[in-house]
Design a protein. Structure first.
Length: 268
């Protein structure tokens, strides 16, 4: 019986690279500073239901590559037309330099809402929010949700930035009335850019400790939400535990930036 050689193995067929299908339109881009912008995006099918504090993947296709990064939305709960994001440009980043090139009318990709960084329904304790940089975005979504309750809890917001023009939503928070105590703080105030600044100065953890007695936050009746880089959230968490809050009463969402990935997130 003759033996026949095995047929040659054929090379695998090339796999088609998945394409990112644009499903939303950029309707506005507003430069707050050289490195921070407010982007407003209109999904083709409307804004899906989301929980304040959740994030959406915002993406583009560049040179055949799918570029997507998660960003917490600053849109109010119940919004059905527009999603708003606060984005910091990362020099050499994969995504954000391309976002900076966009104009109103350009097409982008929006993913579904995700994330567990959310308010506890019916929690009537004092709500303390501490953020730095673009970490203020989820709190712009959360605070209106609390104010819509029949009996809103007491709300304190501490927002840190390097310079005044980085305090996105400062005027909005200040306009919310006596039910919201808003404390902006500058970590690197300079005479050239902060000549008229008369607010708090220093890192947000130090501002929190200095103002704790005056704020009169009851440790057994306060829940804290932190959003910013891991160094900030770790520092503020430590201070809050030292001041008497329980570990379960301090909730954090951390993010950091990297040239390779634009903005990345780790949520807890």
């Amino acid at each position: 019986m003759a033996l026949h050689p095995a047929p040659p193995r054929l090379p695998p067929l090339p796999t088609a690279r998945p394409r990112l299908v644009a499903n939303a339109t950029l309707v506005e881009t507003v430069a707050l500073t050289d490195t921070i912008r407010r982007l407003r995006v209109r999904p083709d099918d409307g804004v899906p239901p989301f929980v304040p504090g959740q994030y959406f993947a915002l993406g583009l296709e560049r040179d055949g590559r799918l570029l997507q990064r998660p960003y917490s939305t600053a849109s109010a709960p119940g919004e059905r037309r527009i999603l708003e994001f606060l984005v910091r440009r990362v020099p050499g980043g994969a995504l954000t330099p391309s976002l900076w090139e966009l104009s109103a009318g350009d097409r982008v990709r929006i993913g579904r809402p995700k994330g567990l960084f959310a308010l506890t329904p019916g929690d009537d304790r004092v709500h303390l929010f501490v953020a730095t940089g673009t970490g203020i975005a989820p709190f712009v979504s959360m605070v209106p949700s609390l104010l819509r309750r029949p009996s809103p809890p007491r709300i304190v917001v501490i927002q840190g930035a390097a310079q005044p023009d980085e305090l996105a939503y400062r005027a909005w928070f200040a306009s919310l009335g006596p039910g919201v105590r808003y404390i902006p703080a500058l970590s690197r105030a300079t005479p050239a850019r902060s000549a008229r600044w008369d607010g708090a100065v220093g890192r947000v953890d130090a501002v929190l400790v200095r103002g704790w007695a005056e704020l009169r936050l009851p440790t057994e009746r306060t829940v804290a939400y932190l959003c910013g880089n891991p160094g900030m959230t770790a520092g503020v968490r430590t201070r809050l535990l030292e001041l008497g809050l329980g570990a379960a009463d301090v909730r954090a969402e951390e993010y950091w930036t990297s040239p390779a990935g634009g903005a990345s997130s780790e949520r807890s």
